[in-house]
Design a protein around this ligand. Structure first.
Ligand code: ATP
Length: 261
């Protein structure tokens, strides 16, 4: 079973007024879809980058299956972790199918020498993201939502045991957003660690097994959606009120009003 843990992390994010000090420990097991939620600037992206080994904390460390992430080679990290960054607007005329295939480069193969395993992983990623009709299109001709789906397909094509996705639902319409959450949930059910930063609390509550709530650089709540998305936390962290209800076995959260801070 894959295991990823971040212990006693301390990280200062720059020196401007909005900068924060990120502190926290948490661990992740395969088979669970974890949503990271929290207001803008709370620390979600920074923490995902630390988990992905793209930022080095000033204190603390990330451990992947008993080994320090910092001690792994770039190749080993690339084989273990697929990372979908938040900033992902593609302005260059690469074909969508080639961009997805880039997910296989970690195996040291060039795009024109993909083997059967590569083709299988790419076909699976295309099928699960329903991007087959976009493959021949140039990335710079796609809408923001279409690009987002292709980039998620590239991350899935890596076929890594850990998938870290930073706001994969940004720019997606409600139907595709739900489809992507279903895909992420299925990937977790296969035994992967899937951690996803989200702003849509309704979908976070509906699909995630576990939520981590970030507030000013710290995890203030960690647990099942119904224990994290309480009125108190929503007011304190987002300054909102929400209707929470159980509907056909699903915990639904609908923000409806702002609370003056
Ligand atoms: N490279 C950087 N240099 C300076 N400050 C940074 C840098 N990256 C992030 N920060 C600051 O660190 C804080 C946390 O940022 P982070 O992107 O982790 O938040 P977030 O929870 O992902 O926010 P959002 O929901 O808006 O994406 C913010 O105040 C941000 O301005």
């Amino acid at each position: 079973m894959i295991h990823l843990a971040a212990g006693n992390i301390l990280f200062k994010t720059g020196s401007h007024q909005a900068a924060i000090t990120l502190r926290g420990s948490c661990s992740f097991e395969g088979g669970i879809l974890t949503g990271m939620i929290g207001a803008n600037g709370a620390g979600k992206t920074t923490f995902l980058k630390i988990l992905a080994g793209l930022q080095s904390p000033e204190r603390g460390q990330v451990i992947l299956n008993d080994r320090r992430l910092a001690d792994l080679s770039p190749q080993q990290k690339a084989e273990a972790i697929a990372y979908l960054p938040q900033d992902r607007r593609i302005q260059w005329p690469v074909k969508a199918c080639d961009l997805i295939a880039l997910g296989r480069l970690r195996y040291g193969r060039s795009l024109n020498r993909l083997n059967q395993q590569d083709s299988h992983a790419i076909a699976h990623a295309v099928e699960t993201t329903k991007t087959g009709d976009l493959l021949d299109r140039s990335m710079d001709s796609l809408s923001g939502g279409e690009q987002a789906r292709i980039l998620l397909a590239r991350a899935l094509a890596v076929d890594a045991p850990i998938l870290l996705a930073d706001e994969p639902l940004a720019a997606l319409d409600p139907g595709y957003a739900m489809q992507i959450m279903e895909v992420l949930s299925q990937e977790a059910q296969k035994g992967r660690i899937v951690v996803v930063a989200l702003h849509d609390l309704t979908l976070a509550a509906r699909y995630c097994d576990r939520l981590l709530l970030w507030h000013r650089g710290e995890i203030v709540a960690d647990g099942k959606p119904e224990t994290v998305l309480t009125q108190e936390w929503l007011e304190q962290c987002y300054h909102i009120k929400a209707i929470s209800q159980n509907y056909r076995g699903h915990w639904l959260v609908t923000p409806y009003d702002r609370v003056d801070s």
